[in-house]
Design a binder for this molecule. Structure first.
Ligand SMILES: [Zn+2]
Ligand SMILES: [Zn+2]
Length: 234
């Protein structure tokens, strides 16, 4: 009843074009084809699309030693997806998380269940950012994934203690430096063995690596990640 009332006041919107749609559909018919899940061939480590099927890793992963096991970048990072994530992140389109969470949990269910993770942890944003933006988009997305995958979410263990510069403004080397000491645990010991980190976009992996490092040092054994979009590597 309450949900219905809310839908009346805030009609459901298409996560791609932002136009109002019926409450019984997720995405408008015009945009359905624009949202594409990433398919093989993908890098076995970071999940970025790669060229030839015989290659296992993208050039980035051939060179770098990521601290996580593997991960899923769900959608082809088209202009439409880019804009949708931008609205979700900066323009208060929190409702998009419902669609993203359900759609990704359903599509990648088998792959994610195979990881056998104990917990889902969203990449935290700094307290100041949380106050100015009003929400952490990664947490909203993680909450929906948690609901559909039936894996608990913990949004308290990992915190961002440094209000770092946006990663997109930096080059590769500066990205890792920028994140050094940016994340901390609120408890001495991580009681989870396998953790899925959740973020909106995966670019070089430096954020996922920085969080993985903290969690692994705290006692976690394996780290995975899920992101909505993933920058094309190679
Ligand atoms: Zn649409
Ligand atoms: Zn890779």
């Amino acid at each position: 009843m309450i949900k219905r009332l809310l839908y009346g006041m805030f009609p459901r919107r298409c996560p791609i074009c932002d136009k109002c749609i019926n409450s019984n559909i997720d995405i408008c018919s015009k945009c359905e084809g624009k949202l594409e899940f990433l398919k093989e061939p993908k890098c076995k480590k970071c999940g970025k699309p790669i060229d030839a099927e015989e290659k296992e890793y993208c050039m980035d992963c051939e060179k770098s030693n990521h601290l996580y096991e593997t991960g899923i970048g769900a959608y082809v990072y088209s202009n439409e997806v880019k804009q949708s994530i931008y609205k979700f992140k900066y323009h208060n389109r929190r409702d998009f998380s419902e669609f993203y969470g359900r759609s990704i949990a359903t599509h990648f269910q088998k792959e994610i269940e195979y990881w056998n993770a104990d917990v889902i942890i969203p990449i935290p944003i700094h307290r100041k950012k949380l106050v100015s933006r009003g929400y952490n988009q990664a947490e909203l997305f993680a909450r929906e994934l948690s609901k559909w995958l039936q894996i608990p979410m913990d949004s308290h263990l990992l915190v961002r203690v440094l209000n770092t510069k946006p990663q997109k403004e930096l080059g590769n080397n500066d990205r890792s430096k920028n994140l050094k000491n940016a994340f901390k645990l609120t408890e001495n010991v991580v009681k989870y063995n396998k953790v899925i980190l959740v973020d909106d976009i995966y670019t070089t992996g430096s954020t996922i690596d920085a969080c993985s490092e903290v969690l692994l040092l705290g006692g976690a054994k394996k780290i995975y990640f899920i992101s909505l979009g993933i920058g094309t590597g190679i």
